[in-house]
Write a protein that binds this ligand. Structure first.
Ligand SMILES: Nc1ncnc2c1ncn2[C@@H]1O[C@H](COP(=O)(O)OP(=O)(O)OP(=O)(O)O)[C@@H](O)[C@H]1O
Length: 313
């Protein structure tokens, strides 16, 4: 598969008022293939949103490189970045976030097309509504006149207006009712296939990711702890954290799952050794001392654990 986006050991630190430093992304390497759906999962605060924004050049990084279609976007000027921006777009959890409340849907969709001086705006706007399953009558409606699911459809239409090749969707269905979630996930899937879009789908919810991802990357405290084929990871997780996340997904055929024990440690002072050792049910002395590197265990699976639960080879 052709590589579309490649992140190489990227780091992002936030300097807090007190002089302390919070490392939100602590050396992440990641590859997104053209047309691929990659899910980025992990608990709240593990750095998914920061990483997602960094991948699109929306947040400056402190170290590492991000290559998009072969260009190092962290080093492009604002002017050089402009045509690149059109090729990568973001969809947010809050469906109001990128919509101006005083602009109707028609205007919201026309805006990026006008800014980028595209021809045939009226026709394109109508076509975009079709793509996302909104009626033409939606053109004159304002953001507050849509349901949450419809408003997310509008955001998706806006995100694909300029024919991007990559979408980063940050918890795009978390604020929606479960029944609507499935529809929006299907829409992402459909657009991905029809338009050949690559998608980085950020979610804390493995049940959502299951339906969406070709590949899964699991994040914990700023690092990727496991990565691999979506179905294979779900069927046989190699990292104890992935296992715990999967066990926490409610299922009708079993009683309430055991919660993950303890809180996520602070990213201001992450634990030494394996970052997960304070909550890991199988941690041993080595885990407290030695940082496990993300290593290949076969079949495209990478895991950062001294004692992986499964060997893919
Ligand atoms: N602008 C900021 N300034 C300081 N700290 C920040 C900032 N943005 C995020 N953080 C911190 O960085 C860490 C990672 O946050 P991030 O939002 O990327 O995680 P997340 O996994 O997307 O979580 P959530 O799902 O809750 O958004 C958290 O500890 C968060 O408090």
């Amino acid at each position: 598969m052709n590589t579309l986006l490649e992140a190489e050991t990227i780091e992002k630190r936030y300097r807090l008022g007190s002089g302390r430093v919070l490392q939100a992304v602590a050396g992440v390497s990641l590859r997104v293939g053209a047309g691929e759906a990659l899910a980025l999962v992990g608990e709240s605060g593990c750095g998914k949103s920061t990483l997602g924004r960094a991948l699109l050049g929306l947040t400056p990084i402190d170290a590492g490189a991000i290559r998009f279609e072969g260009q190092d976007i962290a080093r492009l000027s604002a002017r050089q970045m402009r045509p690149v921006r059109a090729r990568m777009q973001m969809v947010f959890q809050d469906s109001y976030a990128s919509l101006n409340p005083r602009r109707n849907a028609g205007e919201a969709l026309a805006e990026p097309l006008r800014i980028h001086k595209r021809a045939g705006v009226t026709e394109r706007v109508r076509e975009l509504l079709d793509w996302v399953g909104l009626p033409q009558s939606a053109l004159a409606r304002y953001p507050h006149e849509f349901s949450g699911g419809q408003r997310q459809r509008l955001n998706i239409a806006r995100a694909i207006a300029l024919d991007p090749v990559l979408l980063v969707a940050d918890e795009p269905v978390s604020a929606l009712d479960v029944s609507v979630q499935a529809q929006i996930i299907n829409l992402f899937r459909e657009l991905q296939e029809r338009l050949g879009l690559a998608c980085v789908f950020i979610s804390h919810d493995l049940a959502v990711v299951r339906q969406m991802a070709d590949r899964i990357a699991v994040m914990y405290l700023g690092v990727i702890v496991e990565e691999g084929d979506g179905l294979a990871v779900m069927a046989a997780p190699a990292h104890p954290y992935t296992r715990a996340l999967l066990d926490a997904v409610p299922r009708p055929d079993r009683p309430l799952p055991p919660p993950l024990i303890g809180d996520v440690p602070s990213p201001i002072s992450p634990p030494p050794g394996c970052r997960f050792h304070t909550r890991c049910p199988i941690a041993q002395a080595r885990c407290r001392e030695e940082v496990p590197l993300l290593r290949d265990i076969g079949a495209g699976r990478r895991v950062a654990c001294h004692f992986p639960l499964t060997n893919v080879l």
